[in-house]
Design a protein around this ligand. Structure first.
Ligand SMILES: Nc1ncnc2c1ncn2[C@@H]1O[C@H](COP(=O)(O)OP(=O)(O)OP(=O)(O)O)[C@@H](O)[C@H]1O
Ligand SMILES: [Mg+2]
Length: 271
């Protein structure tokens, strides 16, 4: 059985159109029957142009919004039915899946030091942890993401974009999740920093066996990190294959167009 199974997931929105006199509504099929599966430790790359439904899919997977229909099974547990386990258990089960966002500054509390942010995230999983054990865990998390533990006393604004994304990754790891969804985690970073963060995520997969869905509009970035690639178009997965196969022999015209949009490095011009 796959570790993560997404079965015929739909998320539709209703949008009001027309005027006051003649109100009308239109249905947006943001996620329109997505089925995918991941093995433990797999990184799935999800690509597609702006507005194709990538973020809506990730929010529906994370139960940040209620899917219209379909289900999501993570390690045998149906994430769409968490409430059946009761409020308290549902809150704990939610810790099994964490997100990393494009803008780490917006996702970190500007008034909390890094230490407080990590403390809070660790406490959620281990409410009765001793101070000493928690500190040890915080130092370990900082080391995992390549940051010096001494900077934990600082606030998010005192870091660079790349460092902030490392902190956001540490916070996502703190509750020991089974699944991480990263929605455009490197899109706002300089190219040189992008590869550092991608390498960090690959290292974490190797060390911790993390299972991850990595979302990007950039096929080049996804090729670097993903085992398999799913191409999304208008709410549906139109192509799914191992990363190299998608790259070298794409089947769909749309995928070919996405590939041709990847910027090519200019040929060396200087002697
Ligand atoms: N809360 C909402 N209400 C109505 N429509 C929405 C809502 N959220 C998303 N949509 C619509 O669903 C579609 C998919 O949007 P989504 O944000 O998932 O795309 P995306 O692939 O993540 O795009 P981007 O690459 O720009 O982040 C869009 O047409 C969007 O306008
Ligand atoms: Mg998005």
């Amino acid at each position: 059985m796959p570790y993560l199974e997404i079965n015929n997931l739909h998320k539709h929105f209703t949008k009001s159109t027309g005027g006051w006199l003649k109100p009308q509504s239109e249905t947006i099929y943001a996620v329109n029957g997505v089925s995918l599966s991941l093995e433990k430790g797999e990184i799935l790359g999800l690509v597609g142009e702006s507005g194709c439904g990538k973020s809506t899919l990730s929010r529906a997977l994370m139960q940040l919004i209620e899917p219209t229909s379909g289900n999501v099974i993570l390690d045998g547990l149906d994430l769409t039915k968490l409430q059946q386990h009761g409020q308290r258990a549902a809150r704990e089960l939610r810790l099994d899946f964490q997100m990393i966002f494009q803008d780490p500054y917006a996702s970190l509390n500007p008034r909390m030091t890094i230490a407080s942010t990590l403390e809070e995230a660790i406490n959620r999983r281990h409410p009765n942890i001793s101070k000493a054990d928690r500190l040890e865990r915080m130092i370990e998390l900082m080391a995992r993401v390549g940051l010096d533990a001494a900077v934990m006393k600082k606030y998010p604004h005192e870091f660079s974009g790349g460092q902030r994304q490392r902190i956001a990754i540490a916070r996502a790891l703190a509750p020991e999740p089974k699944l991480i969804i990263a929605d455009e985690p490197v899109s706002a970073l300089d190219v040189s920093i992008q590869s550092q963060i991608l390498n960090l995520l690959l290292q974490l997969r190797k060390d911790l066996g993390l299972t991850m869905i990595f979302i990007s509009h950039d096929l080049g970035v996804v090729r670097y990190i993903a085992d398999n690639i799913a191409v999304m178009y208008e709410g549906k997965i139109i192509e799914y294959a191992p990363a190299e196969e998608v790259f070298h022999s794409p089947k769909e015209e749309y995928t070919k167009r996405l590939l041709s949009a990847i910027p090519k490095l200019p040929a060396a011009t200087c002697a």
